[in-house]
Design a binder for this molecule. Structure first.
Ligand SMILES: [Zn+2]
Length: 180
């Protein structure tokens, strides 16, 4: 089956043993897996989905899933991005203390705007904002778009027909492990 190529890559990288992963949302929505459209690796019209979409209500608090340092806060989707059919949102990037990976929390309003701030797993880092102007097929306008990558230099743009970008990691198994 076509999807098996992505599923086999789920464990292409292991989180270091000493890293504690906690859940980003409370209550925690279902973690989408292929072939669901919010899953990592889902093929969309013009790109392949590079993270997981955790559908939730507007204003849901977002918590850091690991300890780390805020290394970036940027505008994410919306008018600036040439996608006026979406609302403007931001993304916050948090690097692990040893710089082995970066979690990217997209479609949010960051609580902190301070680059260099240390955060602990479970700490409040922002609130989910409505990215969609109309509810999607899942019934929500809001979601946490969660991406995991090796470092800030990784280009996470994933075009249909391309293999998974080097340095883009699949966060699905870590989230599913915490829920267990
Ligand atoms: Zn997404």
């Amino acid at each position: 089956m076509f999807w098996s190529r992505f599923v086999s890559e789920r464990r292409n990288w292991e989180m270091p043993d000493e890293v504690c992963v906690t859940l980003p949302l409370e209550p925690m929505p279902k973690v989408p897996v292929l072939p669901e459209p919010g899953a990592f690796g889902a093929i969309r019209k013009r790109y392949v989905h590079n993270g997981v979409d955790l559908y939730c209500d507007e204003g849901t608090p977002v918590h850091a899933v690991t300890d780390g340092v805020i290394v970036g806060i940027r505008f994410y989707t919306g008018f600036w991005d040439g996608s006026p059919w979406w609302n403007s949102t931001k993304v916050i990037y948090i690097a692990s203390p040893n710089n082995e990976f970066v979690w990217c929390y997209g479609e949010i309003d960051p609580y902190s705007e301070h680059i260099g701030d240390h955060v602990e797993a479970g700490e409040l880092i922002g609130y989910v904002v409505p990215v969609l102007k109309q509810p999607g097929p899942h019934g929500h306008t809001s979601m946490l778009h969660l991406v995991l990558k090796r470092n800030m230099k990784v280009n996470t743009t994933w075009s249909p027909g391309q293999s998974q970008p080097k340095g883009l990691l699949n966060p699905t198994s870590y989230l599913l492990d915490v829920i267990k």
